[in-house]
Design a protein around this ligand. Structure first.
Ligand SMILES: [Zn+2]
Ligand SMILES: [Zn+2]
Length: 324
């Protein structure tokens, strides 16, 4: 006995638990595209004739992001999609993801832009991690996260983007909201969820179009459309706290479908409330690069300073510069 699609009566291939929809392949694709379109419109993420840089990693989230954006934006001839991959320089990991990203862009008739940590910061992430001071072990993810953000913004400025789209899904976002709450840093929820209209000078606004798609939705869509993606976990990804929260939230979502959506809405209302008190966000700008920051120097500049002082104090000379 086969299960029937709640939209059209064909054989269903997927149950979207939090909406109780049983979907055939065609309706899975259609409802996914519709959800993303609705998210974009509801949050006024895009404007006519936008040049949209789509940050893609080669993984399933960004594969779905680019495919869905392509389906939506082809109805708007004035807008333009520019897929961008940041190559952090993680041996054996990024190389394969990069070829998946390339293949995906190609099948959609788009040209993939690639920028590397090595070109932008003179050092690959592997080198940054290998030369770090073991006595103050800042995790690889701390360097990678801050420097990726800087790299994406620099590349987006250079590519004359109006907006940058990233592939955060509902699970990612709910985890982030919970992590910030559990660290006593609820204010950060407001900082990471600013609407496009309150973008800061020098920063290309960021949008998260697939934020209303659960990870299960993303996997189902990528699987049924056979999208090329490469999804081995990053060798450095041992964010223990996020992992615990992921397991906890997965269990909650399973018992009470809709939990993730509810956390997303809570995050939005915290952001909205914080936006009512705008003065409390940015207290000053970075003396080195002009980015908004609460201190004299922003996090990216601090890390880059630390990395370059490390190179100077290295008696054997910097690890990556010798070969170039
Ligand atoms: Zn159907
Ligand atoms: Zn700075």
């Amino acid at each position: 006995m086969s299960v029937i699609c709640s939209k059209c009566g064909q054989d269903a291939v997927y149950l979207r638990r939090y909406t109780s929809e049983r979907l055939c392949k065609a309706c899975l694709v259609q409802t996914t595209v519709d959800r993303v379109r609705k998210t974009i419109n509801r949050n006024k993420m895009l404007e006519a004739n936008d040049r949209i840089v789509v940050a893609i990693s080669g993984g399933k989230d960004s594969a779905v992001l680019l495919d869905v954006m392509h389906r939506i934006e082809r109805n708007y001839p004035g807008s333009e999609l520019v897929p961008l991959t940041i190559d952090e320089g993680i041996k054996g990991y990024r190389d394969e993801a990069l070829s998946a990203a390339r293949k995906l862009a190609e099948t959609l008739g788009l040209k993939l832009e690639v920028r590397s940590f090595h070109d932008m910061f003179d050092m690959a992430l592997d080198d940054i991690v290998n030369t770090r001071d073991e006595s103050k072990p800042l995790g690889a993810c701390s360097y990678c996260g801050v420097l990726r953000r800087r790299a994406i913004n620099t590349a987006a400025l250079e590519l004359r983007a109006d907006v940058v789209a990233t592939g955060h899904n509902m699970d990612d976002e709910a985890q982030t909201v919970m992590m910030n709450i559990m660290r006593g840093d609820g204010r950060r929820i407001g900082r990471t969820n600013k609407p496009r209209s309150s973008a800061i000078q020098g920063f290309i606004p960021r949008i998260k179009p697939i934020i209303e798609l659960s990870e299960r939705d993303v996997v189902a869509y990528a699987h049924h459309l056979n999208l090329p993606y490469h999804d081995i976990p990053c060798p450095y990804a041992v964010e223990a706290c996020r992992n615990d929260i992921r397991l906890f939230l997965n269990e909650m979502e399973h018992k009470r479908p809709g939990t993730l959506t509810a956390i997303l809405r809570s995050g939005e209302s915290i952001s909205d409330a914080l936006l009512q008190e705008p003065k409390k966000y940015v207290t000053s700008t970075c003396l080195q690069c002009g980015s908004p920051t609460a201190a004299d120097t922003c996090k990216a500049c601090k890390l880059l300073d630390e990395i370059s002082s490390r190179e100077l104090s290295d008696k054997n000379g910097p690890k990556t510069r010798g070969s170039t």
